[in-house]
Design a protein around this ligand. Sequence first.
Ligand SMILES: [Zn+2]
Length: 261
Amino acid sequence: MSRVPFAVWRPLPENATQSHIKPTQVILHVSAGESTSLFPLWQVENLECHFYSPKVNKLEQYMDTFVMADANYLANRRADGTGAISVETQGLGAGTWNAKQQDDIVALMVWAHRTHGIPLQLCKSPSDPGIGWHIMWGSPGAWTPVSKECPGPDRIKQIPALIDRARDIVAGTQEDISIVDAATKTYLDNQFAGLKGTRGVDLTDVIGKVETTYNMVGTVKAAVVAAIAALPKPAGGVTATVDPQALATAVANEVAKRLAA
Ligand SMILES: [Zn+2]
């Protein structure tokens, strides 16, 4: 099973019935509509995508990435079992991805790289592993049987910079934006709840666990360390009796502040 921790999991019936793939590509689309979810549409259509990034609402996942989704024609599943992860996004043909959608796409690229080993580079051919967009090989072409404009000329221009951001995160020169999602906050709450009233627990161990789980780097890691360090500690100890909610809130605020800077 392969699900994204920062997406809402809304499995389609096809998730249980369609062939498996080895994902080697991420293909970007625009839905040519303003729906906040594609889940209702995929109930009545014989197509589906793995992910949907709305402009405001949280990223949705409809198919496990080890299962084929019908959005990319010949790239859905090739004879060798490899296939593409399809990412639909809210918007019309004209226009660009907003900041939230760009964050979703970057986070997905990083996740796909870490989970499936998908290279953070543009595909060099229709079957070459990497990142691409729906009409990259013509319209009609290898990835679409019909003529269309997807994801639109101005979004295609955004893609190289998004790949660069994903590379920077993987290289450790930029913070992992998945740190600010709800799952992260829940994780922090649970981690710190375990420390409440505990003495003799090294908080660096907690930081290590958060770092391992979320691959925190750079200023986000520094923010977490600073937020923990700023909390009141009992006399004579490097370890604290912490209020987990206060700590999680402090961390979240600190991270948000630094990401906004
Ligand atoms: Zn498309």
